[in-house]
Design a protein around this ligand. Structure first.
Ligand code: 13P
Ligand code: SF4
Length: 349
């Protein structure tokens, strides 16, 4: 069920184009890159800092995280790693909600991000005041929000979930006969409803990157590669999800690439995930799901423009300067901590 009276559409002109973002990144010679990477590694050590990167960031950043005792993962495991690591500074390469989640869970640690401009269309499309009014209009509902939201929205929620745990939490709430508000991703919401049989009141947000995957063009690609497995992130449109062999979080998709018997996969999520997929299954072939075709705008072309803002230049700069620290108002943090912590405790049981 959706309540469309409070949809909040992000104007298309507010969405940066990935290619434009990438064209603005500094270009380095091989020697300069080597020096920057060495300097970043040195600064991480000097600052007692650890780099936590999402799978959608550039593979150079993923490699630095791997080589320095940091971590590369989905949004859930990024949050968990930051809490268990002893570093006093967490450097989060990803988008803003990931840095905020790190701060919500670790108020005593310094959380830095290469850029504070890196947001997420789901976060942008669910402003806290409008969302709170939306919840007020539907009392007696358990409010479940996706991690891709601001600290304020998390503070208004009873539960925070990521794509890797959403189905289990909603099933758990259904067992308790709860009425549920879901926000903000409509495609993930519909997918959860389909799997669990839940009927939720859903906010109508979307990920601009996954929305670009096109079902008809995917059908043509499947005809071309009939033996390929189809891996789809649940932020994708319903018709794309229907074509999938596996629907899951970024970690679940990497796992599937490794475990399924297929020799090739068509992948409907950010293409930077291919770095880890190729590591997990080096002898397999990975093909990007199509973002072109009828009605295509292809502003992101299978790579999140905000994830693309993370680079060597701003990672080095933030470690040098200590700028771009994440701060969350303490009252909001405490409320957001309760709903986020709940998810972590749920997983632990
Ligand atoms: P995961 O939690 O699956 O990493 O997803 C985060 C995200 O932003 C996907 O677009
Ligand atoms: Fe947000 Fe989509 Fe980018 Fe993920 S890929 S961070 S959901 S805009």
């Amino acid at each position: 069920m959706s309540d469309t009276s409070l949809e909040f559409a992000v104007p298309l002109e507010d969405i940066p184009e990935t290619a434009v973002i990438q064209s603005r990144l500094p270009v380095y010679t091989a020697q300069q890159r080597k020096e920057k990477i060495a300097r970043i590694k040195h600064l991480l050590k000097q600052e007692n800092a650890v780099l936590i990167a999402h799978y959608y960031t550039h593979e150079t950043l993923q490699k630095i995280a791997e080589e320095t005792g940091g971590y590369v993962s989905d949004s859930l495991e990024m949050a968990r790693f930051g809490s268990r690591h002893e570093a006093t500074t967490l450097v989060v390469a990803g988008v803003r909600f990931m840095g905020e989640t790190a701060k919500i869970l670790n108020p005593e640690k310094r959380v830095l991000m290469p850029t504070l401009q890196a947001t997420c269309s789901l976060d942008l499309g669910c402003p806290a005041r409008e969302f709170s009014e939306f919840c007020d209009r539907h009392p007696n509902h358990e409010v479940v929000v996706y991690a891709n939201t601001s600290a304020e929205v998390k503070a208004r929620a009873d539960w925070v979930v990521t794509s890797s745990i959403a189905v289990k939490v909603i099933s758990h709430l259904m067992d308790q006969d709860k009425n549920i508000i879901w926000a903000p991703d409509r495609h993930l919401g519909r997918y959860i409803e389909k799997v669990t049989g839940a009927s939720m009141i859903s906010w109508q947000g979307a990920c601009v990157v996954h929305e670009e995957f096109k079902a008809r063009a995917l059908g043509d690609l499947i005809a071309q590669y009939p033996d390929a497995g189809i891996l789809v992130h649940p932020e994708s449109p319903e018709a794309v999800i229907e074509a999938a062999d596996v629907v899951g979080s970024t970690t679940a998709l990497i796992q599937a690439a490794k475990e399924l018997p297929h020799r090739a996969f068509i992948v409907a999520t950010d293409n930077r995930i291919f770095y880890k997929m190729k590591k997990a299954a080096p002898d397999k072939t990975f093909i990007e799901a199509p973002t072109a075709g009828e009605g295509a705008t292809c502003k992101s072309c299978a790579h999140c423009p905000w994830m693309a803002m993370n680079g060597l230049h701003n990672l080095e700069a933030v470690l040098e300067s200590g700028d771009n620290e994440i701060f969350v108002d303490e009252e909001i943090r405490r409320k957001a901590h309760r709903s986020t912590r709940r998810m972590l405790e749920f997983i632990a049981h």
